[in-house]
Design a protein around this ligand. Sequence first.
Ligand code: AMP
Length: 374
Amino acid sequence: MLPPGSVIGMIGGGQLGRMSAQAAARLGFLVHVFSPEPDGPAAQVAARTIIAAYDDLEALRSFAEAVDVITFEFENLPAASLALLESLKPVRPGAKILAISQDRLLEKQFLNDAGVATAPWAKVESLAELEAAVAELGLPAVLKTTRLGYDGKGQAMLRAPEDLAPAFEKLAPKPLVLEGFVDFAAEISVMVARGVDGTIVCFDAVENRHKHHILDLTIAPAPFGPEILEEAQSIARLIAETLALVGLLGVEMFVTSTGALVVNEIAPRPHNSGHWTMDACPCGQFEMHIRAVAGLPLPPAMRHSDAVMKNLIGPEDMALWPRVLATPGLIPHHYGKTEARPGRKMAHFNRLFPKGALPGEFGIEDALALAEKS
Ligand code: AMP
């Protein structure tokens, strides 16, 4: 258990690092950020920032020497960098978990080996292999890069045979993975944390709605019956246990039209779909993350309120900022980014509701008081 005054090393300087650093400060820790970007969201609130590339081993070494434990908000660190960090200080979650979550093929293989359902999938290295995979999985299907894809980038929907060759050409690096199309009723996610002592705590499953492939709204809890919600949590627990996770992990799942759960991907760090916990839980995802990596006890992932989280993305949403501030009941979280480029996550807000009083399907926009955009 790290005492107050200890230093937590954070790889990555974005908003997830910023909000982790804010939670760490409340627990009496200092955060050192390692980021290629000067003045990023995390650097603005961190005790110290090292600005260097993720493959700068010299800089990583002096970063590691100055901290007590290392964690991250950005998981695509080169393997050699991770190996160096692990030789110097505890890295939580560890390199094995990062390797799995960085690579969709390893991730799906790991999940299936653990008995967790995913979309049917096939590895694709050539156009001939893609044709064979489509013959097996059928159309529509989704072709994805195995690495570095996010927010719908690095993937293509295949609807007709003529879509195969252009999609195969366009997507890089190879190999790719073909996934059978999941006819989903909703996308949900669960945040799970596991402590150094093996304690596992799991936040409630939530529904995520996307706009232009980017998360727009999170609805907590997800509007499904207890069976589906509890199954989602047991899948998340099983993944955390099987990985021997120390830290926090997000599990994104599809609820199929028949009510089955299919895991899409895992992210071993705080997650945008966990931002609702900042205000609706006594111990939110960022504090839980810091507690887990610092060896502190993990309190129950209790939810005291229902919540809707709304992302504010790019200049269009940021035009609403004055209104967000003027609307009672909206809890704002700004990431400190100066330039609101299209598609860039700039801020979010949470709106809380008494437990059980989440507005129904058609009331959510009104409840956010953003129905008519100014
Ligand atoms: P991902 O980059 O894997 O998170 O995928 C981005 C989005 O594409 C998901 O949130 C889904 O809306 C959609 N998607 C991804 N994979 C599939 C699939 N196998 N079937 C249906 N929709 C998918």
